[in-house]
Design a binder for this molecule. Structure first.
Ligand SMILES: [Zn+2]
Length: 220
């Protein structure tokens, strides 16, 4: 049966729900992190700057056009607006972007180490190793462009000396990828203290890695 496309109201409430889940699931603290999602008309809904997620309502969210002009909302958009819009502009198949400061992922980001794809499900849902951007200052267009260039066949990228960015077909999916990457970062960190990590066999990678693209990021 064909999937019904998400409506505007569904996408907006899912954006708020995912933003709240970032806090309750420990991916950020305080007002850090941000979420955005593409609306059916091509505009983008995103979280506002510096506002507590616990008390945030959908009226606090901001709608921008693809170039960042604010169309709706009374609050300023997230200071990482350029990061979100660059990723959504560069990849029409991405429906939502989540940026968080998840602890173990950020440990990899500050040491500029990729999170290796050494678990089968990681290949399917993330598409391979999570790469690290070159360092670019937070809030800049340069950081947005640098992050976007890593996302053609990958569900997440580490932002050097900063944190994690994950993408998906909708905000719930971007949250799921964020959690999977964070959990894997913790597992890899712990596994390294036990010994050398055994890579997945090449034929497993060849079989599973294309599934990420096949599943699609904007299909239900
Ligand atoms: Zn941040």
């Amino acid at each position: 049966m064909a999937q019904t496309p998400d409506t505007r109201a569904t996408i907006i409430s899912a954006t708020l729900e995912a933003a709240r889940a970032m806090v309750t699931r420990g991916l950020v603290e305080g007002t850090a992190g941000n979420v955005s999602a593409r609306l059916p008309d091509g505009n983008v809904v995103m979280t506002p700057a510096s506002l507590a997620y616990e008390t945030m309502t959908t009226d606090d969210l901001v709608v921008c056009d693809a170039n960042g002009n604010v169309l709706e909302g009374t609050r300023p958009p997230t200071t990482e607006k350029a990061l979100h819009l660059s990723c959504l502009r560069a990849h029409p198949d991405i429906g939502a972007v989540m940026h968080s400061h998840a602890m173990y992922s950020t440990m990899f980001a500050i040491t500029h180490q990729t999170i290796p794809c050494v678990i089968e499900e990681f290949d399917i849902y993330v598409g391979g190793d999570v790469p690290v951007t070159e360092y670019k200052m937070t809030g800049t267009n340069e950081l947005g462009e640098e992050a976007a260039r890593h996302l053609s066949d990958r569900g997440a990228v580490l932002i050097a000396n900063h944190g994690l960015l994950a993408v998906g077909k909708n905000p719930k999916d971007a949250l799921k990828v964020s959690e999977l990457v964070e959990r894997t970062a913790q597992i890899v960190w712990g596994a390294r203290s036990l010994g050398e990590i055994v890579p997945l066999p090449a034929d497993t990678r060849e079989k599973f890695a294309p599934i990420y693209k096949m599943l699609g990021r904007n299909k239900g």
